[in-house]
Structure formats: C-alpha cells, structure tokens
Design a binder for this molecule. Structure first.
Ligand SMILES: Cc1cc2nc3c(=O)[nH]c(=O)nc-3n(C[C@H](O)[C@H](O)[C@H](O)COP(=O)(O)OP(=O)(O)OC[C@H]3O[C@@H](n4cnc5c(N)ncnc54)[C@H](O)[C@@H]3O)c2cc1C
Length: 336
C-alpha cells in the first residue's frame, strides 16, 4: 500500500544519481519510520532501472521508474506532469526534492499544480505536532530553514494540505549505512506522453567541469577577510595542499575577490561536513557557521580572542594567521 508514504524525487543527470537524492532517501527513511509508513522514490529518465536498483539498500520500499528516451535530460513540463500524476494516484503525505537547479525548478511547478505549500531550501526536516487554537495537527512535517538573512531558524508547516513538500539543501542530511539485505522493488511505470508534452527540446548539454569539490573533501582550509588580500590567500592554498585538502572561504573573502565563488562555505555557499575544518581569519558569522558547524573537528585561527568562531571551534589559536599558517605548513611538511 503506497498511500501516506514519504517520497523522494530522485534526480539523475546523465544516468548518474545526484548525491542529494541519496541524502534525502536516508532522511525520508527516518521520517517514514516515525510515521510508521514506507519510503518511496520517483526516478525519471532513460535506461535508469539499474541505477534505481542500487538505491534499494538505502532502505527504500519501492522506486517508481518512468522511462522514455525523451526523458533522458530534465525538462520542466513532462517531469512535472509525471510527478503530479503519480502523486495524485499514490497520495504520499510528504514529497521532498533536492534544492538543486532541477529541484528548484520542478518542486514549485508540482506544488502549484497540486495547490499545496512548498518550503524551499530546508536545512532540517522533523515530525511533530502543531496546535492552532483548539485544533491539533498530529505528526506533521516541520520544514526547517534559516530566515531573515540567517538570523533566525524558522519552522514552517503546511498542516491542511497533502502532500507536504520541501526542497532540501545539498549536503545537510547524513547518508546512513546501506543495508544490502533490505527488500524493496523497482516498479516500471508506463506513462504515455505526447509530443505536446515536450514544448522545449535540449539541443546540446554542456557540463562545466567541477574544479572545486568542497562537499566530499575530508579536510577544508578556509580563509576569510582576515587573510587580507588575494596574494595572502596563497597561504590558505599552501596549507590546504600540504594537508591534501580543499580551499574554502567566507562570503566576505569571495566578495573581496580573494577567491572565486565555488569556494564559498555557508548559508549561500556550500554546506560542508569534513573531518577537519580550519577557519583562518573568519569571524564566525551565523551564515558562515550554518555551512560548516557540523564538521567533525574545527580549528580556528583568529587575532581576536572574542571572535564568535571560537565558540564552536574545538581548537582555537589566537594570533596573526600570517605567522600561524607558515608554522602549520612547516610542521605538517616535516611530518610527511
Ligand atoms: C543572506 C546572507 C547570506 C550570507 N551567506 C554567507 C555565506 O554563505 N557564507 C559566509 O561566509 N558568509 C555569508 N554571509 C555574510 C556573513 O554575514 C559575514 O559577513 C561573513 O561571513 C564575514 O566573513 P569573514 O568572517 O571572512 O569577515 P569578517 O567578519 O570581517 O571577519 C574577519 C575576521 O578576521 C580576523 N582577522 C583579521 N586579521 C587577522 C589576521 N591577520 N590573522 C587572523 N585573524 C584575523 C578578525 O578578527 C575577524 O574575526 C551572508 C550574509 C547574509 C546577509
């Protein structure tokens, strides 16, 4: 029985499943367990059933696969039509999408067709009750996200309509261990689409090579305004290089032109969860912390002993980064 389940839109690009979809399947399972229902996925594309099977060990009960050569690449109209029809038929209570370019285009279209609410860019999802006057809503979805420039964390609910829908930021939900023995199934769903369902055609797809991979980096060395200049940022690069890590930055450092935007960590940058995060010359604004406070170990280097970054750092060094970082580099180099 599929009604009331928790659904994840599984994004594929060139038949490769987006990591955020796996993160969401893991979170969906947690929510589904609390609600005593099952987790389902929807995967749309061409020749994608084998990829779908690989997702079952993430404790998914059923993946609905819609395949057609014309669906190989995402386009708004047919994907929206398919998801809307499947939701109408199976009536899930929750549907979540990654807050990727695709998810941000698709989810609002689906919500608008179904006339339901949608919370964009969530950083957490929980199940809880909600009371309005003398009416109590049991077990609804708390859609949690920063609001007002990240100064408050808002919990948003859509208690009246179903499904409850949200897009979720990449990298914020943890991937849980696989269960190779989990029993689930992939169901091919026949779906008839006409030529008029494809008003736009993809003529050519050019994928820009990713030069910065903050999300999967185990070590990140980040620089902020305290680095002082583009030239000084070379120190950050050197330390990252010695540690085999990636270079991160605060938004202020990006805005100042010290380093390019793909390096930005934080609320409007990338959310990271490395084993080691070294913050150099970064004050620790709430918007920066939102993107890195789940790092396993945080080292902060700052000349101001009162800098807020020290509140979340496991190790703090009060000093001038231009003196501290060369010492770090020297010590790490001597150990290798
Ligand atoms: C809607 C919104 C979204 C935002 N999104 C993001 C985001 O995604 N990521 C992000 O980072 N910010 C974001 N911001 C900006 C954020 O509010 C801060 O302005 C920014 O994080 C500050 O960057 P910083 O710590 O590098 O600079 P500053 O706050 O200027 O801090 C510089 C630090 O360097 C220290 N310092 C100075 N000289 C040295 C030295 N020689 N050695 C050691 N330490 C030194 C200083 O003591 C200070 O603590 C956002 C803001 C808004 C409103």
């Amino acid at each position: 029985m599929s009604a009331n389940n928790v659904w994840v839109f599984i994004q594929q690009d060139n038949q490769k499943i987006a990591e955020v979809s796996i993160e969401l399947l893991c979170k969906a399972k947690e929510l589904a367990d609390q609600l005593h229902v099952e987790t389902n996925g929807v995967l749309i594309g061409h020749q994608i059933q084998e990829e779908a099977k690989k997702l079952i060990p993430y404790k998914v009960s059923e993946i609905f696969c819609v395949e057609d050569p014309r669906l190989k690449h995402y386009t708004s109209v047919p994907y929206t039509k398919i998801i809307v029809e499947l939701i109408k038929k199976h009536k899930p209570q929750i549907v979540v999408f990654g807050a990727t370019t695709t998810g941000r285009d698709l989810a609002p279209r689906v919500a608008s067709h179904l006339k339901v609410g949608l919370t964009a860019d969530c950083t957490d999802l929980q199940i809880g009750d909600h009371i309005v006057g003398n009416k109590e809503y049991k077990d609804i979805l708390y859609q949690i996200r920063p609001a007002f420039g990240g100064n408050i964390i808002a919990t948003i609910v859509c208690p009246e309509t179903r499904p409850q829908m949200a897009t979720v930021r990449e990298g914020v939900m943890k991937i849980t261990p696989l269960d190779p023995h989990h029993k689930g199934k992939v169901t091919a769903v026949p779906f008839s689409l006409e030529e008029k369902d494809f008003p736009s055609k993809i003529i050519e797809k050019i994928l820009e090579e990713k030069t910065v991979d903050l999300k999967s980096a185990q070590v990140i060395v980040s620089g902020g305004m305290g680095v002082g200049s583009r030239e000084n940022f070379e120190l950050i690069r050197q330390l990252a290089h010695v540690l085999g890590g990636e270079v991160g930055a605060s938004r202020a450092a990006v805005d100042a032109g010290f380093v390019s935007k793909p390096h930005q960590v934080g609320q409007t940058g990338t959310t990271v969860r490395p084993k080691l995060y070294i913050a150099c010359g970064i004050s620790g604004s709430i918007q920066h912390r939102a993107g890195m406070d789940q790092s396993a170990r945080i080292i902060a280097v700052n000349s101001d002993p009162e800098a807020p970054i020290f509140q979340i750092a496991h190790y703090g060094i009060v000093g001038d980064l231009k003196e501290v970082i060369p010492l770090f580099i020297k010590v790490f180099k001597s150990k290798n």
